[in-house]
Ligand binder design. Structure first.
Ligand SMILES: C[S@@+](CC[C@H](N)C(=O)[O-])C[C@H]1O[C@@H](n2cnc3c(N)ncnc32)[C@H](O)[C@@H]1O
Length: 266
């Protein structure tokens, strides 16, 4: 599929509903945080060109860095290593909904500093994600093949070798309630040692702080807009706690508008 200028466009999500940006602005300015607004759409899930995707993904990566978005995941991996010790066999860490892979490169550098052997795999349904991830590997001097980039739906992904640890960041709120439950069970069934979810938590205050950041920090419009919408599509801490109870997971406030859901096997 191509756009008006003839550039390649990938259909990344379900068919776009017929909403206009003005409609979106309206719901964003009259938000109701008492319930999840999953029906709101994020621009990043709509068809776009690789260049549009690239600009938005790199902007999100910078935002992750500024807000220390991967801190919770790295601390979780620290707890994993306390449990397993550092052996000769690499732990297989899988990041689902990995986007262009800034999280896995962060994990790669963290592990390299500590001489921890890891095997790293990123899974994302959007074919642009793996393409940009490979480009970023080259730019950031991560040798090709160090991280395996897989394009596909998480629920159809075959993990070989099996995963020791499964993580995700800013992914869960892209799924409907039933699919979030399925995701937790999917992680529970596949992660030999443990799993972690890092996501936004639905909070009016956090959304307001983010909206302010969108005005003062250099941020792609798609990221600024999607961020505000994401806070409304996300689960609240209470909702995560109820889900966590069902699978024996612990829920933590990670700060900066994020919640962590953690399961570490004894
Ligand atoms: C907001 S991005 C998060 C990217 C990155 N993890 C981060 O923290 O910045 C959400 C990602 O989930 C991916 N995604 C959505 N549904 C998916 C699915 N069913 N299977 C795999 N990836 C999916 C999207 O393509 C997108 O790259």
């Amino acid at each position: 599929m191509t756009d008006k200028m003839g550039a390649e466009v990938v259909e990344t999500g379900a068919a776009a509903p017929p909403w206009a940006h003005e409609m979106l602005a309206e719901v964003v300015t009259a938000p109701d945080f008492s319930r999840r607004e999953f029906a709101l759409r994020e621009l990043m899930d709509e068809p776009c060109t690789f260049e549009q995707y690239r600009a938005a993904a790199l902007s999100l990566g910078r935002l992750n860095r500024w807000t220390r978005g991967y801190k919770g995941t790295l601390e979780f991996l620290g707890r994993v290593l306390e449990r397993t010790g550092v052996g000769h066999e690499p732990l297989h860490v899988v990041d689902v909904g990995c986007g262009h892979g800034d999280g896995l490169r962060e994990i790669y550098r963290w592990a390299a500093k500590r001489s921890v052997p890891l095997r790293l795999t990123g899974v994302d349904v959007n074919p642009y994600a793996a393409r940009l991830a490979r480009e970023c590997d080259r730019v950031e001097h991560v040798s090709a093949g160090t991280i395996a980039w897989v394009t596909g739906d998480v629920f159809a992904a075959e993990l070989e070798p099996p995963a020791d640890v499964v993580v995700s960041s800013l992914f869960a709120h892209h799924l409907c309630d039933e699919a979030i439950v399925k995701l937790l069970q999917w992680k529970e069934d596949r992660a030999r040692v443990g799993w972690f979810v890092s996501d936004l938590r639905r909070s009016e205050r956090a959304a307001k702080v983010f909206a302010w950041m969108g005005r003062v920090l250099p941020m792609e419009e798609m990221v600024a807009r999607d961020g505000v919408v994401s806070f409304r599509r996300a689960l609240s801490v209470g909702e995560w706690e109820r889900l966590g109870l069902e699978v024996g997971a612990e829920v933590k406030d990670l700060g900066m508008g994020r919640v962590g859901v953690e399961r570490l096997r004894r």
